[in-house]
Design a protein around this ligand. Structure first.
Ligand code: HEC
Ligand code: HEC
Length: 386
């Protein structure tokens, strides 16, 4: 009896000690929230949700995850895939001309898998409050970047991941639980947290220091050629680009609307993943979301199917090769002339203006680069469970 008493007492101590351990001074969860840095001529509206505000710690975690090839859920030989495999900083987070190839009219992505479309860059994505993807299938506000990222991780043509194994694998890597605790208040790893953190990092990818931006801030002059290109860009009797791609009134250089810009006659609309595939509405056959023109110098090939390798080809297209189709956007004002009909000189000016949207500082911003210093991931961190 006495022994039992002492045993119970001892057990009591153990329990008390253990609960003491649990009740140790709680790590206070104090993320350092911040707002996106931006010039005052940028729109005030962003897609940052109230429940996923940017914090230094969340962005830090998201940046690691964005660059971490261990996020990939593939089992085959090509399993080492991260967001940055396709979205490369030196190409404004596109993949670049040398990577995807057209195979039988479809894009062959970095992984070798055929993907529905050419890449899209990740630049000022935080300001897109309409729709993501070429066909706008991820529509704001019903869905946001968080949901798009989740789809990307599970999509068979991208990560081909499995939510359980992604969570298990990330949780098993020694560096992560601590980063999750800093970002979210506890070490627990979940798909929601993974996607939230990556979304935070992606939203910080803001480009606002091109020559055009410096011109907007009164810090730089455009050359006569660039200025003439700007006027062409923003006038209906000129190149008439601004209704869809903005200008001083829309410095994102996209309205993010989804429409037809006359690349092909109707019988050429054969893409199984165009806007029609989302809405089932015949007016959307051959319609795509307007892409931004920021950093356009670095993001060839162009259009949803990567059909053009150079800006000259794009400009020729809008100048002379615009095709009529019944539901072409009414903003393609010059379709009856086959395009805006620019002279050789005007084309050069328009191109010069487009090149003022290049932001080299964005491509070299150390806050956006790969946070893993090569060869410093301890071998023990590279877990191969499953
Ligand atoms: C295998 C290459 C590949 C990988 C890996 C990849 N992406 Fe993409 N990403 C694409 C392609 C291709 C598109 C355009 C898809 C479409 O609209 O059809 C795209 C589109 C996007 C868009 C939409 C941009 C816009 O303007 O609407 C975002 C955001 C994005 N990716 C983020 C990510 C993130 C974050 C990751 C990592 C979790 C990732 N991607 C991994 C190829 C890739
Ligand atoms: C009616 C709206 C509209 C007008 C006007 C318009 N565009 Fe576009 N633009 C689009 C759409 C939509 C796409 C995507 C089409 C696709 O991929 O099938 C696009 C794509 C582009 C691209 C490719 C971007 C990329 O990342 O692949 C460039 C470059 C471009 N436009 C430049 C221009 C220029 C220069 C003008 C003026 C001469 C112009 N656009 C006028 C709607 C428009």
């Amino acid at each position: 009896m006495r022994r039992i008493f002492w045993n119970l007492l001892a057990l009591g101590w153990v329990v008390a000690l253990a609960s003491c351990g649990q009740g140790q001074p709680e790590h206070v969860f104090e993320p350092s929230y911040f707002d996106l840095e931006k010039p005052d001529y940028f729109p005030s509206q962003t897609n940052v949700p109230d429940n996923n505000r940017l914090s230094t710690q969340g962005v830090r975690l998201g940046r690691y995850l964005f660059y971490d090839i261990r996020l990939s859920g593939r089992h085959e030989g090509d399993s080492m895939l991260s967001c940055a495999t396709c979205h490369r900083q030196e190409h404004s987070f596109e993949s670049g001309l040398d990577n995807p190839r057209l195979v039988d009219g479809r894009m062959q992505g970095v992984t070798g898998a055929l993907t529905a479309h050419n890449m899209l860059p990740l630049v000022n994505v935080a300001y897109n409050t309409k729709a993501f993807g070429w066909n706008g299938s991820t529509e704001y506000p019903a869905e946001n970047l968080e949901q798009l990222i989740q789809k990307t991780l599970l999509d068979s043509t991208e990560f081909a991941g499995n939510a359980d194994s992604i969570v298990k694998r990330i949780a098993s890597i020694p560096m992560y639980p601590h980063l999750f605790e800093e970002a979210f208040g506890s070490e627990s790893v979940s798909m929601d947290r993974i996607c939230s953190a990556i979304a935070q990092f992606v939203r910080t990818l803001v480009s606002s220091d091109s020559k055009f931006d410096r011109y907007m801030r009164g810090e730089a002059q455009l050359t006569a050629e660039e200025m003439r290109g700007y006027v062409l860009f923003t006038t209906e009797e000129g190149a008439d680009c601004f209704h869809c791609h903005g200008g001083s009134g829309n410095v994102l250089f996209s309205t993010y609307d989804i429409l037809i810009n006359g690349l092909d006659p109707e019988e050429f609309f054969t893409d199984a993943h165009d806007r029609y595939s989302v809405t089932g509405n015949v007016v959307d056959r051959g319609a795509y979301r307007v892409p931004t023109l920021r950093n356009i110098e670095y993001t060839a090939p162009y259009m949803h199917d990567g059909r053009f390798s150079t800006l000259d080809e794009v400009i020729d297209q809008y100048s002379e090769n615009v095709y009529y189709s019944p539901y072409i956007s009414p903003l393609m004002h010059h379709v009856q002339d086959g395009g805006v009909q620019l002279t050789v000189e005007e084309k050069a000016c328009l191109k010069a203006f487009l090149l003022t949207l290049s932001d080299e500082g964005f491509l070299n911003n150390p806050n956006f680069s790969n946070p893993f210093v090569q060869d410093t991931i301890p071998a023990s961190d590279v877990s191969a469970e499953e």
